[in-house]
Write a protein that binds this ligand. Structure first.
Ligand code: RP5
Length: 157
């Protein structure tokens, strides 16, 4: 059963959002990956969020570019934690997406990550860290992943 939903505004966002999916797969956390746009498919978003908790979703990661309102609108429709990833698709290379996602007015929080692939990877890891608080087996896998990443760093260039 998927515990994390990964939403993105367009199929063109997938390349930048993939690291979230990949790192969660590596940690054996099931994801439900969807294309849902806050402005092109608003009904799809509302429908999905209405059933998300019952479907077992515990966290949502939302990636969008340009005037990026997907994470904010998602957060407005759910009490589940929302992690936002700004996508670099726009002529402003994602600075607009970053500001749109991070600058939520007080009251509806979106935890915002860096622009693009590393932001998506960190959002996936952050989601896993939250879930690991109550999942000792996942915590162990997260520890192993950290150890593997450390071991890959050479002592000399
Ligand atoms: C946003 O517009 C999407 O999140 C995407 O980053 C951007 C461009 O979408 P496409 O025109 O490539 O579908 O809503």
């Amino acid at each position: 059963m998927a515990r994390v939903a990964i939403l993105m505004g367009s199929p063109s966002d997938y390349d930048e959002m993939k690291p979230a999916e990949e790192v969660l797969a590596r940690l054996a956390v099931e994801t439900d990956v969807r294309v849902i746009s806050a402005h092109r498919t608003p009904d799809r978003l509302v429908r999905f969020l209405a059933g998300a908790e019952d479907a077992g979703i515990e966290l949502l990661i939302c990636g969008a570019g340009g005037a990026a309102h997907l994470a904010g609108v998602t957060a407005a429709h759910t009490l589940l934690p929302v992690l936002g990833v700004p996508i670099s698709s726009s002529p402003l290379s994602g600075l607009d997406s970053l500001l749109s996602t991070v600058q939520m007015p007080g009251g509806i929080p979106v935890a915002t990550f860096g622009i693009g692939r590393s932001g998506a990877k960190n959002a996936g890891l952050f989601a896993a860290a939250i879930l690991a608080r109550r999942d000792p087996a996942l915590r162990k896998r997260l520890e192993e992943l950290r150890a593997e990443e450390s071991a890959r760093v050479p002592e000399r260039p």
